[in-house]
Design a protein around this ligand. Structure first.
Ligand SMILES: [Zn+2]
Ligand SMILES: [Zn+2]
Length: 303
């Protein structure tokens, strides 16, 4: 996300390579509307993020004061442990950003892109500091990882995710299902029912496999990028605030007893089972296509 801008030269080179290779292959990967929106949203987020960054830094340093362990920082084990710990908290941060509407309101902006390319890696919502999803990384400071090291590892994790937004790379046999790849991340960005809310890992797919959310891209199910319910216009404010606007509309038209569901239930939730959530869409798809669902359906956690 915004951290990708700290790696601007590499990031711009990747975009240039993707653009040139795309043209060479006769594919137009960058439309003016979507590219303009991605750049505009990224610039807006850069302006706003500093507010969130200082809040996050303050929270991490405060918690670090109460750390449980004095971790030795001068050995490789510390950094390996930090890498996997960040990967773990990132998995839950990201998964909850899909499964809880309050967090989805911000994260859905990243998924609003309908043409997948590396520019998508900087299209992130402006309201992360309001949603407070960063709280998922708080345990890292409590354990004893230094706040600066946490920020560094998170930055590297997000920078890694730049290249996985290209559609020019197919499956990568040796690392597919282990690391996060363009193919795995295409599935993550899909609005197809069978692919919804899958592959949440940052650098790896390890925790998706552990917790049953890993799904492989399938040739018989081409990915359709974008949101199940897209914003009604390409206006930059509507795209960035779309889910918040819908949430407020739901709250205004419902009694207070339904507010927790609308705020913290899954996206698409409505009272008395009237809504359509990702799980409903998946269940429906499985009924209609019993022979065309991902193998992970056999896993109980695939619900
Ligand atoms: Zn996501
Ligand atoms: Zn993405």
């Amino acid at each position: 996300m915004s951290t990708a801008l700290n790696f601007l030269p590499i990031f711009l080179s990747l975009i240039l390579i993707e653009y040139v290779v795309g043209r060479f292959k006769g594919r137009s990967l960058y439309s003016r509307t979507e590219s303009g929106l991605s750049i505009g949203i990224a610039l807006g987020q850069q302006l706003i993020r500093y507010l969130g960054l200082s809040l996050r830094a303050a929270m991490l340093f405060l918690l670090w004061e109460f750390k449980l362990f004095e971790l030795p920082k001068d050995n490789i084990g510390y950094w390996v442990a930090l890498f996997f710990s960040v990967e773990f908290t990132y998995y839950w941060f990201h998964r909850m950003s899909h499964e809880v509407r309050w967090f989805w309101a911000n994260h859905s902006v990243h998924h609003s892109i309908e043409e997948m390319n590396i520019l998508a890696a900087i299209r992130f919502g402006w309201t992360g500091w309001i949603s407070g999803a960063f709280i998922f990384h708080a345990p890292l400071a409590i354990i004893g990882f230094h706040p600066v090291h946490i920020a560094l590892m998170l930055g590297l994790n997000l920078a890694y995710q730049s290249w996985i937004h290209t559609t020019l790379i197919g499956k990568l046999p040796l690392i597919e299902g282990i690391l996060n790849t363009p193919s795995a991340h295409r599935v993550h960005h899909a609005s197809n029912a069978d692919y919804l809310d899958r592959n949440h890992g940052g650098v790896t797919m390890i925790f998706d496999r552990v917790f049953g959310t890993y799904v492989e891209e399938r040739e018989d199910t081409p990915v359709e990028f974008g949101l199940v319910k897209p914003a009604p216009s390409k206006n930059i404010f509507r795209v960035t605030l779309n889910e918040w606007i819908r949430m407020v509309a739901d709250l205004r038209s419902s009694p207070i007893k339904h507010w927790p569901g609308y705020l913290f239930g899954p996206p698409g939730w409505a009272p008395d089972g009237q809504g359509i959530t990702s799980k409903d869409l998946r269940d429906q798809y499985r009924l209609e296509h019993p022979n065309q669902v991902s193998p992970v359906k056999l896993d109980q956690s695939y619900t």
